[in-house]
Design a protein around this ligand. Structure first.
Ligand SMILES: [Zn+2]
Length: 297
């Protein structure tokens, strides 16, 4: 199997990175998607993959940078003759989110206009997703894969549950953190994984800045802690992702970041600091994700 990084950015609209999204493609061609942030569907097509071939989507939590492209994902599948409902796994609230989109929801006009065409009436199930709100444990199994999840610590659970994931297929194990501050559950999910894909949203100084700023969550994993997680879990390799715009030089991002980030520190050099801090504890194979990066497993 191989993994395609569909989006490696975070909550801002960023010209250099789409929001969160990871696509797993098995040797038999079946695909599974983890998160569906803005720009990920476009990148999926750029990677020569079709939403039609994605069997299941796991939404780790309901922050916009993980779900923005879900309507596009489903409507594209419908337009492109998908003949079955996509399976959607996610936290409590996933059903409400999906049920508010298509028939009778935010895209009702689109639904009514498009379903006037006889061809589109033949595959309405493509926009009637098979939604499964999950709890920690083994949450999905088919002839090819097993998926486990557990709570990670990002937003208060009463607002949105946030999941980390362990994915097993072809005798290999992948782990995906979603968004989280360092937590024991993620170390266990990633135990001995072949590849851990873990958020690395802000460099150390940025986490400190956000603790004091009062805008947005600082419940992310600083690079030095990420190194410890990869080491303690004994992973065979690490891919850091979900970068919070700290390397951007875009003037619009810099202006928007005034209250969110220490803009005087922003720029491409920050990525070197992040690598250095991960390396304090972890000396195994390490890759810093970029959009459309392909990881062979
Ligand atoms: Zn996020």
């Amino acid at each position: 199997m191989y993994v395609t990084m569909l989006g490696t950015g975070a909550a801002f609209a960023d010209p250099d990175r789409a929001q969160s999204g990871i696509l797993v493609t098995l040797d038999n061609g079946v695909r599974y998607m983890f998160d569906c942030g803005a720009g990920t569907v476009r990148n999926m097509v750029a990677a020569n993959a079709s939403p039609v071939d994605v069997k299941a989507v796991f939404l780790t939590h309901l922050h916009h940078d993980h779900i923005c492209d879900f309507p596009l994902f489903a409507i594209t599948g419908w337009m492109w003759d998908r003949d079955n409902p996509p399976i959607v796994l996610g936290p409590k609230g996933t059903k409400h989110f999906c049920d508010s989109l298509f028939e009778g929801g935010a895209f009702d006009s689109d639904f009514r206009a498009r379903s006037a065409y006889p061809l589109r009436q033949g595959n309405l199930e493509a926009v009637r997703p098979d939604i499964r709100e999950v709890s920690p444990g083994l949450v999905y199994e088919d002839e090819d894969v097993k998926i486990w999840c557990d709570y990670v610590e990002h937003i208060p659970r009463e607002i949105s549950e946030c999941f980390g994931i362990r994915f097993e297929a072809e005798g290999k194990v992948l782990a995906f953190s979603g968004d989280t501050s360092p937590c024991a559950a993620m170390v266990e999910l990633a135990r001995d994984a072949d590849v851990l894909f873990h958020e690395c949203t802000f460099p150390e100084a940025f986490v400190e800045f956000r603790k004091k700023s009062g805008v947005g969550t600082f419940a992310h994993t600083p690079p030095s802690e990420l190194g410890k997680i990869a080491r303690d879990a004994g992973v065979k390799s690490l891919v850091a992702t979900h970068f919070g715009h700290f390397e951007s030089t875009n003037p619009v991002i810099l202006k928007a970041a005034e209250h969110h980030l220490p803009t005087d520190l922003m720029g491409p050099d920050m990525m070197h600091d992040v690598v250095k801090d991960i390396r304090i504890a972890y000396d195994g194979p390490l890759r810093m994700a970029y959009d459309l990066m392909r990881v062979e497993v």
